[in-house]
Design a protein. Sequence first.
Length: 274
Amino acid sequence: MGILDFPIVKKFIRTCDDGWKQGWHERNGGNLTYRLKEEEAAQLRPFFDMQPRPWVPMGVTGANLAGEFFIATGSGKFFRNVDPDPEDSLCIVEINGAGDSYRIVWGLVNGGRPTSEFPTHFMNHSVRAAATDGATRVIYHAHTPNLIAMTYVLPLTDRDFSRALWKSATECPVVFPGGVGVVPWMVPGGADIALATCEKMKTFEAAVWAQHGLFVSGPDFDITFGLMHTIEKAAQIWILQKSTGLPELQTITDDGLRAIARDFGVTLREEFLD
Ligand code: 13P
Ligand code: ZN
């Protein structure tokens, strides 16, 4: 049995491939990280390199994730190539005892480093792990075209985006009752966008990056991919509806949203309702 035969590694690769097939990952667009469970890290450890690569400071600190291991996509690597060549495209990194540096212990066999958004992923793992009592394990960023299009024409507020997306399809408030946070346009890949996204992810499971894409978190690959998929599909419906050029004659009312929340046993963010 090789490292690529372990179910968690297979699921990581499949999620990358699913995202590629959705059209969310042109070239090297997007990135994915998974925080390994202790028993998973123990199973994969025999396959790690004899000599780990040097420690690299991240510019951010997440003390609650000291000593953890992550599977990550590589910076500049194409999601399209993950399934055919995972060893070239992916890596496993270990976090140091201070929670401020990583080192590569497996993968990226032709060189490279984890995604340029690793500081953002790492800080958001830290925040979401704290917010969910350790349940959050997956952080996923994709370049979702319809949601990006929305960020040119809708005010960049959490409330405006959450309401528009909830009302785009009846199941939306059930899938993301907490709504979405919105981060204004920022330079990608640095500590600033990491900290701005963290502020949103303290209370949201998903953060829109204006003119860039979407950042989502969840406990496993199915739920996290499903959240990305549901939000992007809602955005697609919104764009399709606006593209008709016809006046909107009816929509889901705020009382309709409240009724969905009541019947499905979810709590909507009340300050977003009229
Ligand atoms: P990476 O190739 O470094 O993961 O960057 C892609 C991206 O989408 C940046 O936001
Ligand atoms: Zn991106």
